[in-house]
Design a protein around this ligand. Structure first.
Ligand code: F6R
Length: 592
């Protein structure tokens, strides 16, 4: 969940590292630090808080050095503090390490180090790496790292520098992401592409079990045994402008507004990839969709579409729960893994498990070359572009688009169904044009302490997603529920202070959900509804009504989710919260 960046070349490393960390801050942001080799010494500077705190600390103390590593942290082992912030060093301060992921056997390693008289300064699992590399160092950093890696258990990526070999960075990938950026007379290393995108578009995503030796002159990749490997670089298609705010107050708002483009790009991306899909959904006895959070909600919608169009039974499971269960699964099953980042640990480990049992894995992923993409038999890319706001928005609608197209691509009438999807763009734009109206509605509810979100059928996952968006960025308690289940319990919560958001477009369950609206009104609940434009009946029953353009029932989730994203955004923004980096969350969840 943390962000790593490394630079070695001819320029001052500090500028590259701090810029890279700012672009990585969405990965974790409770403390940050850098280590630079300056005049033959490893100089480390750290600060608790956001990157800007570190930048302030470094103001007026320009570190001179052309090789360095940086880190932004999302605490796993040890509270956010300067001692626990990275980089970590060995006792003499000759080696510095930044690390992302978890060293599972660190307690054992700490004890081993302590028995050798080494005293550790932090509570982290990372610090052991610095001491082990120092102990293993016999004049060659690569060799020392290769020796160290054999002692480590867990899922991690890390980078090491040493004063003994200025100009050299050695990086390791085992379970957490690490990409190499190739420049001219300079090279880079980072946990995510945006960190290095201003400098290069040539990247090599490392695979698990690989070590990279980076110098200004070149990069060399090895397996953990030290055997050299040859890997081709990939050219990143998007540019840094698409990863910057472009005039919006927050990335989240920008990303919500990018949806007409990201939806269109995902449609055309699917069409251009379609001929390569060798998996026919109908060939499987059962499909299991595995995902977490927002991606799980996309999976719930996907289930309805796939069962309707492909006629194959679908189960949807939280990746974390799936892993603990005893699913009988074999080569007759297809697993669809959905993950924006392509790095979510629970999802990744779940698919590793199912592959061992012979099932095929198709993944729907947004990040090119990510671990889940590489571990799947086939990957469908969503073309949402980089999503920086921690709350998933444009990647969710892109996942819906990919799932819909996947569900229908085997049908004779697929062209007609694709056409309907292609025509959705102006409808999405017209919802975004109502942003001010939606903001005015949202602001009426800033003081509310609880929200219920209700939907049926295709709108039930959208109710779940609306509630998740609100709680994660506004810290207001919100619960999503199937509207028909309300009478089995949650109805007891309804009183005159409870806003109930109904997702109720005109679809086959419309009449039923109107009855649920009545149930809420009868208990004096406040009804806010997202329905079909021109629906006078629902509007009359609602304290506030947001209309989305009329569309085929199947495509309603792609539209109804947008007002809910905006409601969450405007409430959190009004509360003055850090919308893009909500507390306790990270964009890429690489811990289990
Ligand atoms: C919520 C959100 C998370 C992610 C979840 C899975 O807005 O972003 O719930 O959806 O952490 O992440 P991915 O899709 O990267 O596997």
């Amino acid at each position: 969940m943390c962000g790593i960046v490394g630079y070695t070349g001819k320029s001052e490393a500090i500028a590259v590292l701090l810029g890279g960390l700012e672009r990585l801050e969405y990965r974790g942001y409770d403390s940050a630090g850098i280590a630079i080799i300056e005049n033959g010494k490893v100089v480390v500077e750290k600060k608790v808080g956001k990157i800007r705190e570190l930048v302030r600390k470094l103001w007026g103390m320009p570190l001179k050095g052309t090789t360095g590593i940086g880190h932004t942290r999302w605490a796993t082992h040890g509270e956010p503090s300067e001692e626990n912030a990275h980089p970590h060093t060995d006792e003499k301060g000759e080696f510095a390490v930044v690390h992302n992921g978890i060293i599972e056997n660190y307690i054992e390693l700490r004890k081993e180090l302590e028995s050798k008289g080494i005293s550790l300064k932090s509570d982290t699992d990372t610090e052991v790496i610095a001491h082990l590399v120092a102990l293993n160092y016999k004049g060659d950093l690569l060799e020392a790292v290769l020796k160290t890696v054999k002692k480590l258990k867990g899922a991690f990526a890390f980078a090491v520098i040493t004063k003994h070999e200025p100009g050299r960075i050695v990086g390791v990938k085992e379970g957490s992401p690490l990409v190499i950026g190739i420049g001219e007379g300079e090279n880079f290393l980072a946990s995510d592409i945006p960190a290095i995108l201003p400098y290069t578009r040539k990247v090599i995503p490392l695979s698990d079990g690989e070590v990279v030796d980076v110098t200004p002159e070149g990069i060399n990749i090895y397996d953990f045994e030290g055997n050299p490997l040859t890997k081709d670089f990939m050219l990143v298609q998007w540019d840094i402008v698409s990863a910057e705010k472009g005039g919006f107050k927050h990335f989240m708002l920008k990303e919500i507004f990018e949806q007409p483009r990201s939806i269109s790009d995902t449609i055309s991306g699917f069409i251009s990839q379609e001929s390569e899909i060798f998996i026919n959904l109908k060939d499987y006895r059962r499909i299991i969709i595995i995902a977490c959070g927002t991606s799980y909600h996309a999976g719930l919608v996907g289930k309805i579409w796939i069962e309707k169009y492909a006629g194959v039974p679908v189960e949807v499971a939280y990746a974390s729960e799936f892993r603990s269960g005893h699913y009988p699964i074999d080569e007759n099953d297809l697993v669809i893994a959905i993950s924006q980042s392509g790095e979510t640990a629970d999802t990744k480990f779940a698919i590793q498990g199912v592959k061992e049992k012979g099932a095929s894995v198709l993944s729907i992923v947004n990040v090119l070359g990510s671990s889940i993409a590489r571990e799947s038999d086939f990957t469908l890319y969503t073309h949402a572009g980089p999503e920086i706001g921690v709350a998933a928005t444009k990647t969710f609608t892109a996942q819906l688009v990919a799932l819909y197209m996947l569900a229908v691509y085997g049908l004779e009438e697929k062209e007609e169904l694709y056409e309907r999807l292609i025509n959705i763009r102006p409808k999405v734009e017209s919802i975004l044009e109502k942003a001010k109206e939606i903001e005015d509605i949202a602001l009426k509810y800033v003081e509310s302490k609880n929200f219920l979100y209700l939907g049926r059928y295709l709108s039930y996952p959208i109710a779940l997603e609306g509630a998740l968006k609100l709680k994660e960025i506004s810290y207001i308690h919100a619960e999503g529920y199937p509207a028909g289940e309300m009478k089995h319990g949650p109805i007891a919560l309804i009183d005159s202070k409870m806003p109930v958001v109904f997702v109720a477009p005109k679809d086959k369950v419309y009449d039923k959900i109107l009855a649920n609206v009545e149930e809420v009104l009868a208990r004096k609940g406040i009804v806010i509804s997202v329905g079909t434009e021109g629906d006078k009946v629902l509007k009359e029953k609602s304290r506030d009504f947001i209309g989305v353009p009329e569309i085929e029932e199947d495509l309603t989730p792609i539209l109804t989710t947008i007002p809910l994203q905006l409601i969450a955004y405007y409430i959190a923004n009004k509360l003055g919260l850090d919308v893009d980096q909500p507390r306790n969350l990270a964009k890429t969840v690489t811990v289990e």
